[in-house]
Design a protein around this ligand. Structure first.
Ligand SMILES: CC(C)(COP(=O)(O)OP(=O)(O)OC[C@H]1O[C@@H](n2cnc3c(N)ncnc32)[C@H](O)[C@@H]1OP(=O)(O)O)[C@@H](O)C(=O)NCCC(=O)NCCS
Length: 302
């Protein structure tokens, strides 16, 4: 997959961030922890010529597709340094800010979308016990201007032209997934996307929202406690297809237990009702599935 990346310098000179810029962007814009900023500065200094060239090519893939849909299919870039994928993303922040300014997106929203980077650096520490960014390509949606955090939810321009559907994504940090929070976010998105992308959406009536997640698995209703927000969220969607059980192991291990998928079930944490309920299902041989669904706005009263 690396071969498919553009050559170094193909679109624009690679503005490799220096140590001070890395620190400033991570601490002031991404809300990262000082230990992750320190690790990134050390990682930058440790990059050899081949890694710098790869970072340049990754940056070129972003620069070549500003405003493009979804995120880019990068190779996994955690070798030779676990933060290698971070540097081309940080290099692209000025491009993202310029794109946002051009489209009339407030700087406050630019900061909010970058906060996901700080979160995922924290999350990688929980998963692997050290600094890293294992799904760096996810953030190519953020820096190319296709993904926005509007209230509790993230929304990403994903489907085919001319009116791509909008994918809904749920960060771990940001509080409970209440129906009020979901409604507020979707209401915001219905205004935001036609205003920012008028060439795609003439108005709210042009928009369709989809979600693919372990959260949409209807089997969860049988296992989660009454007070759980998750079944209510799942019930907002019309499900399509049988779902994906293989992918769900990765999602459930990652998002419910903050563990990598090779962690044996017997050692998964059981610290709260969500973890205990999902683990009870695993022990009863439930095959959790990632499910795909289309949001029914009427179920939100919209
Ligand atoms: C989706 C999410 C926000 C739902 O949170 P919520 O609205 O609080 O969920 P519920 O009401 O069902 O569950 C609340 C319980 O789950 C626990 N919980 C909430 N988020 C959790 C998480 N990320 N990991 C583990 N446990 C979590 C709470 O501590 C609470 O436990 P308690 O009942 O013992 O107090 C939450 O699961 C989350 O942050 N997930 C990670 C992100 C994710 O899965 N995104 C989708 C990717 S496809």
């Amino acid at each position: 997959m690396t071969e498919e990346l553009p050559p170094p310098g193909a679109v624009a000179a690679y503005p490799e961030p220096d140590a001070a810029t890395v620190r400033e962007l991570l601490l002031d814009w991404c809300g990262a922890e000082p230990e992750d900023a320190d690790a990134a500065v050390a990682g930058l200094a440790a990059l050899d010529a081949a890694s710098r060239e790869l970072a340049d090519r990754l940056y070129q893939s972003i620069a070549a597709d500003m405003g493009g849909r979804k995120w880019l299919p990068w190779p996994t870039v955690t070798e030779p340094h676990s933060l290698l994928g971070l540097f081309p993303l940080l290099a692209a922040v000025p491009d993202m800010l310029a794109y946002h300014r051009e489209r009339g997106v407030d700087e406050d929203l630019s900061r909010r979308v970058l906060a996901d980077l700080g979160e995922k650096l924290r999350f990688n520490r929980r998963l692997y016990g050290k600094a890293g960014l294992d799904v760096a390509n996810w953030f190519t949606g953020h820096v190319r201007g296709s993904l926005y955090q509007l209230g509790r939810l993230q929304f990403c321009v994903e489907g085919p032209d001319p009116k791509p559907f909008v994918g809904m994504h749920i960060r771990g940090e940001g509080g409970p997934l209440t129906l009020d929070a979901v409604r507020d976010s979707v209401e915001w998105a219905l205004e935001f996307f036609p205003a920012v992308f008028p060439e795609r959406y003439g108005g709210p009536e042009d928009m369709a929202f989809v979600c693919e997640s372990w959260l949409l698995d209807p089997q969860l209703r049988d296992w989660l406690p009454e007070h759980s927000n998750i079944p209510g969220f799942g019930a907002l969607f019309d499900l399509e297809g049988p779902g994906d059980a293989a992918g769900a192991r990765n999602s459930v291990w990652r998002f419910v237990f903050s563990r990598t998928e090779d962690t044996p079930a017997e050692t998964l944490p059981q610290e709260n009702t969500l973890q205990r309920s999902v683990l009870a299902g695993i022990k009863a041989d439930v095959q959790w599935r990632n499910r795909f669904g289309r949001l029914d706005l009427a179920r939100l009263g919209l």
